[in-house]
Ligand binder design. Structure first.
Ligand code: PGA
Length: 533
């Protein structure tokens, strides 16, 4: 779905009218699907002007309207027959015989629906369909339901539509309770679709549409399967403000993005004890942020495995926790949850090194090896542990055991934990080495920083450990490159921050045209990516 964001309703009406006009110019006998309601009025005004100025010709245009109340007299000033006459038909040079609107006076509404559907087919289908969107997500009168009709049908209007449309009638009781409407399949068969949304009362549904999944309770989300939909939105209907939350082992980071720019960040400590309390602490921070930034959607990155929305994370109080539902108990906004490494990859893809690329793999070197794979701009998901690149097997026989249950997982060799483990082993075997001195001075412990200190001072023992570490790191990277052929591999984590030692070694060892880069966003990548979910 392509988005055209307009400053206001006037601009929206002009933009949409221009698209309709080009359709008419390119194909003078186009079949147009037309909509009623408040939103398309401005388009019709623009089209009338263009027609009067001789810029567009309606003489061979055929139209089919989306819907009509049922029952209603065609001459009732609230009927869509009346609306279309007043707003368009009687003001342009259209042949009335070419205009079609479901008949609210039909004695047999079901037969009328069959006839209407056949008529559309007879004209070869709709070339360009204009759609408004109801506050409840309806398109045409396809109301939210557990399942949706495909073709033109008689439908009951929902309470919220009756209330929303009462503004056009003297009182709510006058609003017909039923309507004849094209079905979802009728609409989806249109070659092109223009969806219009104007005004703050549409911002919630627009956000659901842009950020939520396809679901019958917001019928407009069905449009996501159509290859050629343009959503034309004014600023009131579109809030580009999103909140990203990156849950980590020690802190939870929050990032507010407006029109894809970071405008605020904060963090709170991670609560590892109680899921309920942790969720509430996150919610409190969300509310605090909401006081200043009116975000319309939330994305959350969390460690652990996510299956059917259920999160299980070893170091967090999440065990088959439906995190999105837990948050939605308190926050009435769309919430999307994904793995934290996937979010970091998405963040780097959208805002960091991967900004101008299509396919990247982010590899985070830390306690373990994490990562995210972005192919054609989308996170590569699968069931269970797909994308858990730290658990590709790099040594089958005699491989080191991994807490995941496998042996020989990459992270057992390429994580910083593995580097330190091997460093400690080597320095104990080489007590005359600088590495051993550093180990002793640090209370018989090494860390990544000390290994790099020794490397910089030309310690042979450290160099040997590092070279072997690079070999293991490169085995996994080669596998990733061979399988996915990414534009770039982006490395993140504290050890990538130590000058160019690591990246130079990896580039030399890999000798590949694939770009090997260091993450630009590092710790911010997760929250930024989460906001983009
Ligand atoms: P509106 O209605 O343009 O009057 O807001 C849109 C719709 O309900 O489809």
């Amino acid at each position: 779905m392509r988005l055209i964001l307009c400053e206001n309703y006037e601009e929206l009406s002009e933009q949409a009218a221009k698209l309709v006009a080009s359709q008419i110019i390119l194909k003078p006998d186009s079949v147009l699907g037309l909509a009623t309601g408040q939103t398309p009025v401005g388009i019709y005004q623009n089209l009338v002007k263009m027609n009067k100025a001789g810029e567009i010709d309606f003489s061979n245009i055929v139209t089919f309207n989306l819907d009509e109340y049922y029952p209603i007299q065609n001459n009732n000033d609230q009927s869509y027959h009346y609306f279309m006459q007043e707003n368009l038909f009687k003001k342009v040079n259209i042949n009335p015989k070419n205009t079609h609107i479901p008949d609210g006076e039909a004695a047999d509404p079901e037969e009328e629906c069959i006839k209407y559907e056949e008529e559309i087919k007879k004209y070869g289908g709709i070339d360009l369909q204009i759609l408004g969107i109801g506050q409840n997500g309806h398109i045409g009168f396809n109301e939210p339901d557990v399942s949706l009709y495909t073709e033109t049908h008689l439908t009951d209007l929902t309470r919220s539509t009756i209330e929303a449309n009462a503004r056009f009638f003297n009182d709510e009781n006058e609003v017909p309770k039923q309507a004849l409407t094209m079905g979802i399949a009728t609409i989806l068969k249109s070659k092109k679709i223009i969806l219009l949304a104007s005004g703050a009362n549409k911002s919630r549904v627009v956000s659901e549409l842009l950020n939520g999944d396809i679901n019958t309770s917001i019928p407009a989300t069905m449009l996501k399967v159509h290859p050629d939909v343009v959503l034309i939105c004014d600023k009131d209907a579109y809030s580009g403000i999103r909140l990203g939350i990156d849950i980590g082992g020690t802190s939870v980071k929050f990032a507010v993005l407006e029109d894809n720019k970071l405008i605020y960040k904060s963090s709170i400590p991670t609560n590892k004890e109680s899921m309920d309390i942790f969720v509430k602490e996150i919610v409190v921070e969300c509310y605090k942020i909401k006081n200043n930034y009116s975000y319309k959607a939330i994305g959350v990155g969390t460690p652990g495995r996510i299956s059917d929305g259920l999160v299980t994370a070893a170091n967090l109080p999440f065990k088959n926790t439906h995190l999105a539902k837990e948050l939605k108990k308190y926050i009435d906004l769309p919430v999307n949850v994904d793995n934290d490494a996937n979010c970091a990859a998405l963040g780097e893809f959208e805002f960091g090194v991967g900004k101008d690329m299509d396919n990247i793999i982010m590899v985070t070197l830390g306690t373990g090896v994490g990562g995210g794979i972005i192919i054609d701009g989308r996170i590569c998901h699968g069931r269970y542990s797909m994308g858990e690149i730290g658990h590709i097997i790099v040594q089958s026989k005699g491989g080191l055991p991994c807490p995941c249950g496998q042996t020989g997982c990459w992270e057992q060799y390429a994580s910083v934990t593995a580097l330190i483990r091997e460093g400690e082993k080597a320095c104990l075997e080489n007590k005359d080495s600088l590495l051993y001195d550093l180990y002793l001075k640090n209370n018989n412990k090494l860390d990544g920083k000390l290994i790099f200190d020794a490397l910089e001072q030309n310690c042979e023992t450290a160099q040997k450990v590092f070279d072997e570490y690079i070999e293991w790191l490169v085995i996994g990277l080669k596998n990733l490159i061979n399988i996915f052929g990414p534009d770039a591999i982006i490395l993140a984590g504290g050890i990538t921050q130590r000058g160019s030692i690591l990246i130079d070694a990896v580039r030399n060892a890999l000798d590949t045209p694939v770009k090997i880069e260091i993450s630009k966003l590092q710790n911010d990548a997760g929250a930024l990516g989460a906001a983009m979910l």
